[in-house]
Structure formats: structure tokens, C-alpha cells
Design a protein around this ligand. Structure first.
Ligand SMILES: [Mg+2]
Length: 508
């Protein structure tokens, strides 16, 4: 039966122009298979080494351990970028480094003995950028599973699961032990045959494999030859591979796991609140109102004339000018309220000004949960939060929690004490900087405590999709995504320093 739907109507997948890459092909194929088999459990199969994990890090780890244990200095400064051969061809790398023959032999013996030891796997498993978000997307789809099909032997089962689930945690990815196919210890097979056998096993479990990602052409060749139904899309991950590239049917190639071809914001908006960042001027307000995004964030300050205006930078950071025509809070609120939309007010100043802000919201709208408040703990004190909640009991009140979540590492009790107190004031959510390394690790612990998290500081479309896939309560972004016809203009920040950014934080 020829089930590959060559003639089928392509599904409605506009996708951004220029993104008809392998991930776009994968999404399109998955949709076709979903339509063809609405009730089946579809299975997307990933190889591990060279496909999910960038083994160069493991190679570096082992070579540097040689130096550490032998007091030698052969690999000082070695990084993953220096590894240009597959993990099985490290002798070539040693030849290129002009080491004496005796040293080379010794290093090679050490390397072979150590590369697949559990400690090397646990210490140096690093995923390729984007791949775990791609896996997360499939794991979120109904009646869809992700299986692993690896040439690693069965004896590495536990350490393989442990290391993959450790790196997966930051992406909310979990690998099911029942869906990990390995090379059997008792009757070891050549890797390509093992991969074919694993596909049969998955079908035997009642799953329908629809796509396979692997970095070795020889594996793809074997699996494609055995795919009688012709309904599997093969994705060749062009990382580092050993076997000759061969032409195989139904195969697409790519080297970067980019989400833009795969994930559409519409797929995620039901479960995550999108917030249009920095609606502080008329042009950005217009773009926001013309979009399908429900909620805008507004930066509220008092200007030197005592008016409540929308402005990102403080008047100290960026002095006002004679030509500056600020958007008044009251005007923005009225426009947003008239359009039936929602606003989150980012309070840049607390104290007496809060009462005036509440008055303006009361007279202009929005109301209920369509008005929300956000601020740093340097701005929002207990009286401010309580005043907000007295006036707008349904309003979400979010505090910037980057300085707090560092307590998760060593002072969890102290964090809990603070969070419980914030909850008593009426705080309902925590805002976290997407760029801070601690943020991803904090999502699960905060979700377990029942806190809504708002991720802010998203730099671009990839970051936005990646953040939304983690399904926090809200994601705040500039919505400057022209490919998707969003033309957000940003908060109008002129001063380099952002109040919420912690010193020393760097992109994940
Ligand atoms: Mg591989």
C-alpha cells in the first residue's frame, strides 16, 4: 500500500518565507500522517549520538582528563570547535597535533577505554541547539511519542537515560525508558541492522513511526530500504558523520534545529498568555491593536511635569527632550479598553504614585483580569500590592523574581518563606528573565509550588517559540517577528542598562 501521500492536498502551513527547511518538511509530513491516521499513536524517532548529543564535548572531556591524570599538557585550551572528526576517528586528530608516536598510542588507548564510561557520558552530554525544543514540541502533540534509536549497547541504558533526562529537564523533555531502543548485548548486531530491528519493535508496540532523524547515511539507507509502507520521512542531521552520503528516498537534510519552520505561535497560544512588550508609544500601540495578541505591557512612570506617562527608561538614564511627546497612560488605557484588550502595567515607581495609577485605571479600564500589574521588589512593597488587590481583586500581580530564584540553589527554605509572604500580600505571579541561566532550572520548582511564571526578555522568534514551548503562564516579547506579520517596535529603550538584568547573566 502506498501510503505516502504525494498527491494529497498540502495542509495549511504557511510558515515564514525562507523556512521551508528540513524542520518545515518534518512539520508538513507529520500533519499529513496525522490526517491519514487520526487515531494512531505517531512516533518520531531520534538517534542519539551526533543527532541529539554533540559528542565533540565528550571527546574534549576525555582528552582533557588524560592531561589531568597524567600531568601532561597536550590538550590545554581544547574546545569542541577543535574536534573535526567523529568520535571514532580521534587518531586523525592526534596525528594533526604532531604528538610523538608513543604519546599518541598511550592517549588513544586511554581515550578508547574512557569515552563510553558513565562518568564521561554524565559529565559531557551536551545537546545540539534547538533539538530538545523540537522533541518537546512533538511530546506536546496528542497521540504522539518520541522514541530513541541508538547504536549504543544495552549496558549503557541507565546512564543514557539519566544523562538525557538530566539535559532534557531544562526543556521539560522526558525520555520514556520503554521508548529507548539500544543494541542488544546478547546478540550484538551491526548498527544499521539494529536500527531497522528497532523500527520493527516500535511498530510491534502499536506505534506508527512517521519520521526518523539520524546523522549516519548508512543507517538511513538501511531503514529506508526496510520501510515498505514508504511513509517515514528521513531526516539526515548533517553534523559529523562517518559513512558515505548516499541518495535515499524520502530524505531531507539539515544541520540546524530551528523552530520557526515547525512551530507556529497559534499552536501554543491556548496554553500560554502572550504579552506584547513595551507598548509605550503610539506606533507600537497601533501595531499591538492590529494584532491578535490580547495583552500589552506598558511601562508607567511619572514625568517631570507630574503626568503619568509610558516610558521604558527613567528620566535620569535618558533625559527628556523638548520634542518628546510621551504617550499618556490614560490615553493608552482607553484605547486598549475600547478595543476589548488587556494591559499589564509595569510600575517603574511605587509609593504615592500607585494610588494615582489605580485611579486612572479605574476611570479608563480595562477591568477584571484584563488589567494586571508588574514590578520589581524595589518598587512594589506590601502596601502597594495590597492597594492594588483592594482596587482590582482579580488583577494578576507579578513581581520580578530574578533576585529571588538564586535562593533555589542553597536556600530553598528562605525562598519559600519569601514566596509565602508575597502570596499573602496578593502577589500571583513571578517574572523571570529568559536570558538568565537560572531561569530554566527554576521553572519546574516554581510550578511545583503553584506559581505562575512570566518569561520576559525574549530576544527573537526562536527564543519566543522556545520559551512558549516550556509553557509558562505567560511569555512577554517585543513581537518583532515580521516573518509572521507581527511588527512590534520594542519598548523604546535607549539606555543600555535594563533594571531587571542581573549582572553577569548571559544568554542560555
Ligand atoms: Mg548517530
Amino acid at each position: 500500500m502506498d501510503i505516502y501521500l504525494e498527491d494529497a492536498e498540502p495542509p495549511d502551513r504557511p510558515g515564514p518565507p525562507g523556512h521551508h527547511d528540513w524542520m518545515w518538511e518534518l512539520a508538513r509530513h507529520y500533519e499529513l500522517m496525522r490526517k491519514a491516521y487520526p487515531e494512531d499513536v505517531l512516533c518520531v524517532v531520534f538517534d542519539i549520538d551526533g543527532t541529539i548529543l554533540d559528542l565533540r564535548h565528550q571527546v574534549v572531556h576525555v582528552l582533557v582528563s588524560y592531561d589531568r591524570e597524567h600531568g601532561t599538557n597536550h590538550f590545554r585550551g581544547l574546545t569542541a570547535e577543535d574536534i573535526t572528526v567523529s568520535e571514532n576517528h580521534v587518531s586523525k586528530l592526534l596525528e594533526a597535533r604532531a604528538l610523538p608516536q608513543a604519546a599518541r598510542n598511550d592517549i588513544l588507548a586511554f581515550y578508547r577505554e574512557r569515552l563510553w564510561r558513565p562518568e564521561a557520558i554524565l559529565a559531557a552530554s551536551r545537546p545540539y541547539r534547538g533539538v530538545l525544543s523540537v522533541i518537546r514540541w512533538f511530546q506536546l502533540q496528542p497521540r504522539t511519542v518520541v522514541a530513541l534509536n541508538t547504536g549504543r549497547p544495552e549496558r549503557l541504558r541507565d546512564v543514557t537515560l539519566e544523562s538525557l533526562n538530566t539535559v532534557g529537564r531544562a526543556y521539560r523533555v522526558y525520555f520514556d525508558p520503554d521508548l529507548l531502543c539500544m543494541n542488544p548485548e546478547a546478540v550484538p548486531t551491526a548498527v544499521p541492522e539494529g536500527k531497522v530491528r528497532a523500527l520493527h519493535l516500535l511498530r510491534h508496540k502499536g506505534l506508527r513511526p512517521v519520521a526518523v532523524v539520524d546523522n549516519e547515511p548508512a543507517n538511513i539507507e538501511a531503514m529506508a530500504a526496510s520501510d515498505d509502507g514508504g511513509e517515514i520521512l528521513f531526516l539526515h542531521a548533517e553534523t559529523i558523520f562517518e559513512s558515505q552520503r548516499v541518495d535515499t528516498p524520502r530524505t531531507v537534510r539539515g544541520s540546524r534545529y530551528e523552530l520557526a519552520g515547525l512551530v507556529r505561535p497559534d499552536d501554543l497560544g491556548d496554553r500560554v498568555t502572550f504579552i506584547w512588550h513595551g507598548v509605550n508609544d503610539r506606533a507600537n500601540l497601533r501595531q499591538f491593536l492590529a494584532s491578535d495578541v490580547h495583552r500589552a505591557e506598558l511601562d508607567v512612570r511619572e514625568d517631570p511635569l507630574g503626568r503619568l506617562v509610558l516610558r521604558h527608561d527613567s528620566f535620569e538614564e535618558t533625559p527628556w527632550t523638548r520634542t518628546e511627546e510621551p504617550l499618556l497612560l490614560v490615553d493608552a488605557l482607553r484605547a486598549i479598553s475600547d478595543a476589548g484588550r488587556a494591559a499589564t502595567l509595569d510600575l517603574k515607581e511605587g509609593g504615592p504614585v500607585v494610588a494615582r495609577i489605580l485611579d486612572e485605571v479605574r476611570s479608563s479600564g480595562p477591568t477584571g483580569a484584563d488589567v494586571g500589574f508588574l514590578g520589581g521588589l524595589d518598587v512594589l512593597g506590601q502596601p502597594d500590592v495590597e492597594a492594588i488587590k483592594r482596587t482590582f481583586p482579580e488583577a494578576p500581580v507579578t513581581v520580578v523574581a530574578d533576585p529571588l530564584i538564586m535562593l533555589l540553589a542553597r536556600n530553598e527554605d528562605l525562598l519559600d518563606t519569601i514566596l509565602q509572604r508575597l502570596a499573602r500580600w496578593g502577589v500571583t505571579g513571578l517574572a523571570l528573565d529568559w536570558a538568565a541561566p537560572a531561569t530554566r532550572r527554576a521553572l519546574d520548582p516554581l510550578a511545583e509550588r503553584g506559581w505562575d511564571v512570566n518569561l520576559y526578555g525574549i530576544p527573537d522568534l526562536e527564543g519566543f517559540l522556545e520559551a512558549a514551548l516550556l509553557q509558562p503562564a505567560a511569555v512577554t516579547a517585543d513581537f518583532n517577528f515580521p516573518d509572521l506579520h507581527y511588527y512590534g517596535r520594542g519598548a523604546g529603550q535607549r539606555h543600555r542598562f535594563h533594571r531587571y538584568t542581573l549582572a553577569g547573566s548571559s544568554p542560555p
